[in-house]
Design a protein. Structure first.
Length: 278
């Protein structure tokens, strides 16, 4: 099943802007194409002039899971607020332990995002200590460590940067704190009292978020590097120090021509991670 969505904008005689949201669901049932139009707004203007529309197609779930990849170069075009709302509304259906729904979402764009970026780049430049609410494990099992180091090497070589090119590596690292040029960053927080069980829920929420975004043509990159400066981020955004910053998700429309976006990570084959026990 697929769906298309449209937001139609009208202006009335008192110069008020009104919007109307249409959703068209379509699919095949026993070989017959069906479609279903749903008007999901109460603000259908009776009089007024049509000004513009935005919309898009969303994709089938399995196709979405298979084609999603991290986006590390974005077009500067902002994501319309309606599109972000559509993503977050869908993601609100995420599962969580005993339906606790621990996620607290902060959407940052514009000047505030630029301010965050500036402060983090200065912290990086001065090698200021990091303050992540989720400290990294010291040791990784060797197989995972190997995958991580291969990923690092392949990713930097996409940009023609070699392992011993310190300047090039620093530049790549800085791109994290420029949100890879994304117009929007979504920060996921949870209450400081919560621990591993809720982090599991936060992961499910984050995965749904990046899949929902992808289905609407919005690219994303999960970033654990950004929460390394969690103390400063909370301070700038006026978020209580007691909250835990779990992950940053840079989001925007992918710049398909950018070299960084040609990189594709290598995944294990099904039989490398699955045992069948009967
Ligand atoms: C918890 C988590 C943290 C991540 N942090 C970063 C990050 O700080 N910077 C970055 O460029 N990518 C980051 N990534 C993206 C991973 O590198 C990426 O998901 C992985 O290499 C697999 O590639 P794919 O997303 O294209 O399938 C992170 C992913 C996860 C799940």
């Amino acid at each position: 099943m697929g769906s298309a969505f449209f937001y139609l904008y009208f202006i009335n005689e008192s110069c008020q802007t009104l919007s109307c949201h249409l959703e068209v669901l379509f699919g095949l049932t026993e070989g017959i194409l069906f479609q279903y139009i749903q008007i999901t707004t109460e603000q259908i203007p009776e009089t007024g002039y049509f000004i513009f529309w935005i919309g898009g197609l969303s994709m089938e779930l399995l196709e979405g899971i298979k084609t999603r990849k991290s986006t590390r170069a974005f077009k500067p075009d902002p994501i319309p607020r309606e599109v972000i709302e559509k993503i977050l509304e869908a993601v609100s259906n995420s599962p969580s332990y005993t339906n606790t729904q621990p996620w607290e979402v902060v959407v940052v764009s514009g000047q505030k995002k630029n301010e965050l970026s500036k402060v983090m780049i200065e912290l990086l430049r001065t090698k200021a200590p990091t303050s992540s609410d989720l400290p990294k494990p010291k040791d990784w099992p060797p197989a995972l460590e190997k995958r991580a180091s291969e990923h690092g090497a392949r990713r930097i070589s996409t940009l023609g940067v070699s392992r011993d090119d310190q300047g090039g590596r620093e530049r790549l690292s800085q791109m994290n704190f420029e949100f890879y040029g994304a117009p929007c960053a979504i920060l996921l927080f949870m209450d400081g009292l919560l621990g591993e069980w809720s982090i599991f829920d936060m992961g499910l929420f984050a995965q749904n978020l990046i899949l929902a975004a992808h289905s609407l043509g919005v690219g994303s990159c999960l970033q654990a590097s950004v929460p390394g400066y969690s103390r400063e981020i909370k301070n700038i955004l006026g978020i209580a120090e007691s909250k835990k910053l779990i992950i940053c998700i840079s989001m925007g429309y992918p710049d398909e021509k950018a070299e960084l976006n040609t990189y594709r990570s290598i995944k294990q084959k099904l039989d490398e991670f699955t045992k069948w026990i009967e």
